[in-house]
Design a protein around this ligand. Structure first.
Ligand SMILES: *Cc1c(COP(=O)(O)O)cnc(C)c1O
Length: 427
């Protein structure tokens, strides 16, 4: 692979305060940012503007599936941008068709709509569900407590966490939340107006909790019986994050009775573009004609540049057999984390996850964290940063680990060493 971008210097600038000042003056303060200003990345590492290096287990929140500055992605961006960056959806172009074909091949018979983000992909599924139930006056969608579905008005209405809704009421009508992994709770919440169920296969913001195979199979049966759509928000757990293209495929692997399981719709984004903004939803064949010409759209969605990158991401994952790599290395890391839970039960309660979406659950009431009102997960993440590793909290007690699929064995071992060094100091 030819080198397109020259490697940046090790130390770019030393002015975190100046950059932070620009934000404080000019950027809407919707984020409680960490005190880090990033400069550049390469492979599994990123550097901040002071020259400090971090092993990136945050992945820009489960996005940077191929790490940073991957030459194949750079090449796809450069080559496609020389030809055509944007077309709108008034015309055909080859790469959107080819990327849709790839997704259909990996998921199952159906069709794909392209958007620019995960939230927009979910909006598309909400509209699909409303269209499906419209003539019968059905519109209600059941979602799970502790779910996360995005930040648009409908997405915060769908999200089963009060903190994202606060101050923005009234919510978009038609969403109800029930406990996760609880089929009875869904049965009890169904009303004559219910049209769909939407869940994450692995709750990304809700503590890295996976759906059980029985839950998924039970939902499929229930949705068939009640003529409801089964929608999966796989924005975070999708696109090989679990070691299979879709998380449901991993969870239902070798499960008797799951051979023909397919949901009715799946939303995707994050790892799909490895950092280039792209979202999509897949809808199964039975319902793929519901959204007809003029009923939904996006100016940018599925543009040539985004789709060229999406195709390249698939190509790299296939060529380097990264799905298996994610499974095997994920097992190795999880094994190491579980050993930490045995060795330091005062600090680590347990570890869980599938492939490269893992969670380290902290023990309650770690004395070293008592002096701050920041959640334990945030305090732990700050200590990881100091030790040279980026990661992201998931809820208040779980530290989320989302490495790039190109992570090598040496880097996996380094991650475990860094995590242990932080844990050991908290005993
Ligand atoms: C990140 C995320 C979203 C929202 O995606 P955006 O691209 O930020 O709009 C939706 N659902 C889940 C499960 C997510 O993790």
């Amino acid at each position: 692979m030819k080198d397109i971008v020259p490697p940046p210097p090790a130390i770019v600038r030393n002015d975190v305060a100046a950059i932070k000042g620009l934000f404080e003056k000019n950027v809407v303060p919707t984020y409680a940012r960490f005190e880090i200003a990033l400069s550049h990345g390469a492979g599994s590492y990123v550097w901040d503007v002071t020259g400090k290096r971090y092993l990136d287990f945050g992945g820009g929140i489960a996005v940077s599936s191929l790490g940073h500055a991957h030459p194949a992605i750079t090449e796809a961006l450069v080559e496609q941008s020389k030809k055509l960056v944007h077309t709108s959806n008034l015309y055909y172009h080859e790469s959107q068709g080819r990327l849709a074909e790839k997704l259909v091949k990996y998921i199952g018979p159906g069709k794909v709509f392209f958007s620019n983000s995960g939230g927009e992909a979910n909006e598309g599924l909400f509209k699909l569900a409303r269209k499906f139930g419209h003539d019968e006056g059905r519109f209600e969608i059941i979602t799970a407590l502790n779910s996360f579905h995005g930040r648009t008005l409908a997405c915060i209405s769908a999200t089963g966490q009060d903190k994202v809704k606060k101050g923005f009421e009234p919510m978009v009508p038609g969403f109800r939340h029930v406990p996760y992994n609880d089929l009875e709770a869904i049965k009890n919440a169904i009303s004559p107006a219910t049209v769909a169920v939407m869940i994450e296969c692995v709750q990304g913001e809700g503590g890295i909790t996976s759906a059980s195979p029985e839950y998924l199979l039970g939902l499929r049966k229930l949705c068939d019986e009640k003529k409801m759509l089964l929608l999966l928000d796989s924005v975070q757990d999708g696109h090989f994050r679990t070691g299979r293209c879709q998380a449901f495929q991993r969870i239902l692997e070798n499960v008797p009775g799951a051979e023909n399981f397919l949901p009715d719709g799946i939303s995707m984004a994050k790892s799909l573009g490895a950092g280039f903004p792209i979202g999509a939803f897949w809808v199964n064949d039975r319902h793929s004609a519901l959204l007809s010409a003029g009923s939904h759209g996006s100016t940018y969605g599925g543009g040539p540049l985004a789709c060229a990158v999406g195709l390249k991401v698939f190509e790299v994952i296939e060529r380097e057999n990264l799905a298996n790599h994610v499974r095997e290395t994920g097992e190795f890391i999880k094994g190491g984390l579980l050993k930490l839970a045995e060795k330091y039960p005062q600090v680590v309660k347990t570890a869980r996850g599938l492939g490269f979406i893992m969670g380290l659950e902290l023990a309650p009431g770690i004395p070293a964290f008592a002096g701050s009102d920041k959640p334990q997960a945030v305090q732990f993440v700050i200590r990881l940063h100091e030790a040279g590793m980026l990661s992201v909290p998931s809820g208040t007690q779980v530290v989320r680990l989302l490495p790039p699929y190109i992570l090598n064995q040496k880097e996996a071992e380094e991650a475990l060493q860094i995590i242990e060094s932080v844990v050991a100091k908290l005993v």
